[in-house]
Design a protein around this ligand. Structure first.
Ligand code: NAP
Length: 326
């Protein structure tokens, strides 16, 4: 009898057909929450889940006693209870690497757009306010030759730093859980403790995963340490930043501007002051959102799920110890 898979992420027809060759597949397009009654009804017989952005709780896992593998269409996995999955012997597979360069493009887009006030001034042109030449009140900040401080220096952090160092002649500082001698050699990057990095950087860019250690890593104290001319970019997860402190730092002019792809609550509430601030570039979590990359991420998740449910090691596995125990 074929194993059963619940597909709640965006998969194309070819990818769905690949899954259907191996499994009985039930699709849930635009699943808004795990409370969807049809989804709940299907959980008891599910061996695999494939999708993105669903918050998986131990209570949901209780409803899915046959579950063997979750293939998330994302590299981040802060919406999964990893220890609980491991305890239950459920594999969690993610999609690193295939989205690194696209997400780094988005990160650098935020650096550039916030520094050169691209969104604010494009809106100004759209409104018909461009009646004479621009003056100092419209000037931005240089990017080339400045100091780029990376908080988190993994795949995406390194790819953003590469753009800065090699494309824009930026000096790169980094703060990270482990030291990165290969990147120091490649990019001339220098390690700094977090406080020193905040004080020295012209651009502060966050690329750490959201974990218990990194939640609210950047708050009032950290914004106070930054230069008043600093431009802050978050391409990681909203909850790494204390958003109220960010809003206050921007309002009080403690930092110059921010480029944000992620927020504490998503979708961002229209009540939030952030998208209304002229010195904020706010994007709707589009780090990896290109046709090519989303297709590649979905394919990686499909490949992971087919391998794992057929007893083979998936390409990208979050909880290695669940595999070893299986
Ligand atoms: P990664 O390669 O695992 O890099 C994360 C880096 O953060 C690693 O170098 C890690 O250190 C470091 N780190 C972890 N915990 C830390 C801590 N407490 N203090 C300091 N450094 C810490 O992951 P990635 O592929 O670059 O992705 C990073 C994150 O970006 C994801 O987890 C996801 O949340 C986010 N993301 C967002 C989007 C988007 O659409 N905006 C898209 C993709 C990813 P070590 O090297 O020592 O392990």
């Amino acid at each position: 009898m074929k194993k059963r898979v619940l597909a709640y992420g965006r998969l194309n027809d070819t990818q769905l057909a690949q899954l259907a060759e191996h499994f009985e597949v039930q699709t849930f397009s635009d699943l808004a929450s795990a409370d969807d009654p049809d989804f709940r009804a299907a959980l008891p017989g599910a061996h695999g889940l494939i999708g993105a952005s669903l918050t998986v709780t131990p209570e949901l896992l209780d409803a899915a006693p046959e579950l063997e593998t979750i293939a998330t269409i994302s590299v981040g996995y802060d919406n999964y209870p990893v220890d609980e999955l491991t305890r239950r012997g459920i594999l969690l597979c993610n999609t690193p690497d295939v989205l690194t360069e696209t997400t780094a493009d988005t990160g650098f887009l935020l650096v550039m757009a916030a520094a050169r006030r691209a969104v604010e001034l494009a809106e100004w042109v759209k409104r018909g306010d461009w009646q004479a030449g621009v003056g100092p009140e419209h000037f931005g900040s240089d990017v080339h030759g400045k100091t780029l401080g990376m908080i988190g220096f993994g795949r995406i952090g390194a790819a953003i730093a590469r753009r800065g160092a090699l494309g824009f002649g930026m000096r790169v500082l980094y703060s990270n859980a482990s030291s990165k001698p290969a990147l120091e050699a490649e990019l001339g990057a220098e390690h700094r403790e977090l406080d020193a990095l905040l004080a020295e950087s012209d651009f502060v860019c966050v690329t750490v995963p959201l974990t218990v250690e990194t939640e609210h890593l950047i708050g009032e104290r950290e914004f106070a340490l930054m230069k008043p001319s600093a431009i802050f970019v978050n391409i990681a997860r909203g909850k790494v930043v204390h958003e109220a402190a960010l809003i206050e730092a921007l309002e009080m002019g403690r930092i110059r501007a921010a480029g944000l792809d992620v927020f504490e609550q998503e979708p961002l509430s229209p009540e939030s002051p952030l998208p209304h601030m002229t010195n904020v570039v706010a994007l709707p979590h589009i780090g990896s959102a290109t046709h090519e990359t989303r297709t590649a991420m979905a394919q990686r998740a499909v490949d992971n799920l087919i391998l794992a449910l057929n007893g083979e090691r998936p390409i990208s596995l979050v909880n290695e110890s669940a595999w070893r125990a299986s």
